[in-house]
Design a binder for this molecule. Structure first.
Ligand code: 2PG
Ligand code: MG
Length: 401
C-alpha cells in the first residue's frame, strides 16, 4: 500500500533567502508527503554534511531515488532510512547530502501518514504515545552567529514552564517578545531582528539578562503562570584555542572561568535551560558544569551531541549533560533522530526538539516533538517559518484533545 512510486526533489527558498532541498514522496495508493531541509549557521563540527542543494539533489537522484522507488515502503521508516544510508555509503551523508537525506526521510513519513489518513504525530508516535506536550522555548533576544553587532550569547530563550497549555505557552513567548520590543524602545535602543526573529539590539549580555528578567516577570504577572528563561550560549562559536578560551566582546574566559561564569549565571538568574555552554570538544568541562548545576537546570548538548547516538553515549557515560537537542538534519534521518531520543529518554535526559536558524514552512518538528513526548521544542517565537511550527503545535493539541 505504501510502496514508494515517485520521489521528486527541487530547490526552494529558506528563511535566509538561501536555496534548500524539498522532497515530494508519492506512494502506490496515492499517499503524498512533502518536506524541506532546514539549515544551520552555528553548525557543529560533527554534524552530517549539508551539500550545495544542486549537488545534493543530483547525487540523491542518482544514488538514493532508484533504490527507494518501487523498492521500499514508506510505512517502513527504518527501511527507508537504512536505504538512504546504504545509498549514501558514508558515515555523515557526505555523498547524497544530509539535506537531501532528511528531506526524503521526513517526506516519506508524511506520505505514510497520508496513506493511513492519520496526522504525522500519530503515525510517528503510535497508539502508545504519551499525552504530554512540549514546552516551547522562544528565542527573544539574540546575537552570536545569528546577528551582527548584538549579544555575545547566541540566544536568550523565554521558557514558559508554568503554562497550562501549549497555546498559552506559545502566546506567552510572543508576549515576551513584544514586551522586549517596548522596553528597547523605552531605552532608546532600536533593534532589528536576527535570523530566528529574536531582537538583535546592540547591547551587552548583562543588559540582555536584565531586560529578559524584567520582560518575563511582567508577562508572567499578566498571564498568571511561571515564565523562566534560558540560553543557547553556542560556545563552540566563541571558543578559540589560540586566544586562550571563550572570546567575549570585553574579555576572554579560559575553560575554568567559563564553567564558573555559567554556574554563576544559572544561580543568579535561576536559568531553566543552558545549551552549549562549552566547546563541542570539551566533554570534561561539560561534566564539571553539570556537577555544579545539573540539579538546578538543564545542561543541553547541541553541537556537543549533534543528535548522534555515539556522542550521546559518551556524554551519558561521562555525565556531561542532562538533556539533548534533537535536530533531524544534524544526523540526516528520522530514524537516527528517534534512536537518539530513545537513548536520551532511557537515561533520564530531557529532550528538546529544535529548528535551525535557516528554516522553511515545514512543520515536521512539531509532530516529532509531540510523537516522542519531548520535554521542550525550540522553534522561535515569531516569524512565518517559526509560527508555522508553533501554530501546528496548537493545532495538534487541539486535534489530540
Ligand atoms: O544553535 C542552534 O541551536 C540553532 C538553532 O537555534 O542555530 P543553527 O541552526 O544556526 O545551528
Ligand atoms: Mg544551539
Amino acid at each position: 500500500m505504501t510502496l514508494i512510486t515517485d520521489i521528486r526533489l527541487r530547490r526552494i527558498l529558506d528563511s535566509r533567502g538561501n536555496a534548500t532541498v524539498e522532497a515530494d514522496v508519492l506512494t502506490e495508493s496515492g499517499g503524498f508527503g512533502r518536506a524541506a531541509a532546514p539549515s544551520g549557521a552555528s553548525t557543529g563540527e560533527f554534524e552530517a554534511i549539508e551539500l550545495p542543494p544542486n549537488e545534493a539533489i543530483a547525487n540523491a537522484r542518482e544514488h538514493a531515488v532508484p533504490r527507494l522507488v518501487g523498492e521500499v515502503h514508506a510505512g517502513d521508516q527504518r527501511a527507508v532510512d537504512n536505504t538512504l544510508r546504504a545509498a549514501d555509503g558514508t558515515d555523515d551523508f557526505s555523498e547524497i547530502g544530509a539535506n537531501s537525506a532528511v528531506a526524503i526521510s521526513m517526506a516519506t513519513a508524511k506520505a505514510a501518514a497520508d496513506v493511513l489518513g492519520a496526522p504525522l504525530y500519530q503515525h510517528l508516535g503510535g497508539a502508545f504515545r504519551g499525552d504530554n506536550f512540549p514546552v516551547p522555548l522562544g528565542n527573544v533576544i539574540g546575537g552570536g552567529e545569528h546577528a551582527a553587532d548584538a549579544t555575545d550569547i547566541q540566544e536568550f530563550l523565554s521558557a514558559p514552564v508554568g503554562a497550562p497549555s501549549v497555546a498559552d505557552a506559545v502566546f506567552a513567548n510572543a508576549a515576551v517578545h513584544q514586551e522586549i520590543h517596548d522596553m528597547l524602545i523605552e531605552r532608546d535602543t532600536p533593534a532589528g531582528k536576527g535570523d530566528e526573529g529574536a531582537w538583535a539590539p546592540s547591547i551587552d549580555d548583562a543588559e540582555a539578562f536584565e531586560i529578559l528578567d524584567e520582560a518575563t516577570s511582567t508577562v508572567a504577572e499578566e498571564v498568571g503562570f511561571e515564565i523562566k528563561f534560558g540560553l543557547d550560549v553556542a560556545a563552540a562559536e566563541m571558543y578559540d584555542e589560540d586566544e586562550g578560551g571563550y572570546v567575549y566582546s570585553d574579555q576572554v574566559r579560559d575553560t575554568d572561568e567559563q564553567v564558573e561564569y555559567i554556574t554563576e549565571l544559572v544561580e543568579e538568574w535561576d536559568l531553566a535551560y543552558v545549551e552549549d555552554p562549552l566547546d563541542e570538544n570539551d566533554f570534561e568541562a561539560f561534566t564539571d558544569l553539570t556537577a555544579n548545576v545539573g540539579d538546578q537546570t538543564l545542561i543541553c548538548g547541541d553541537d556537543l551531541f549533534v543528535t548522534n547516538v555515539s556522542r550521546l553515549e559518551k556524554g551519558i557515560e561521562m555525565d556531561s549533560a542532562n538533556s539533548i537537542l534533537i535536530k533531524p538534519n544534524q544526523i540526516g534521518s528520522l530514524t537516527d533522530a528517534f534512536d537518539a531520543i530513545e537513548l536520551a529518554a532511557n537515561n533520564t535526559y530531557d529532550v528538546i526538539v529544535s529548528h535551525r536558524s535557516g528554516e522553511t514552512e515545514d512543520t515536521t518538528i512539531a509532530h516529532l516533538a509531540v510523537a516522542t513526548d519531548a520535554d521542550f521544542i525550540k522553534t522561535g517565537a515569531v516569524g512565518g517559518e517559526r509560527t508555522a511550527k508553533l501554530n501546528e503545535l496548537i493545532r495538534i493539541a487541539d486535534d489530540a484533545a
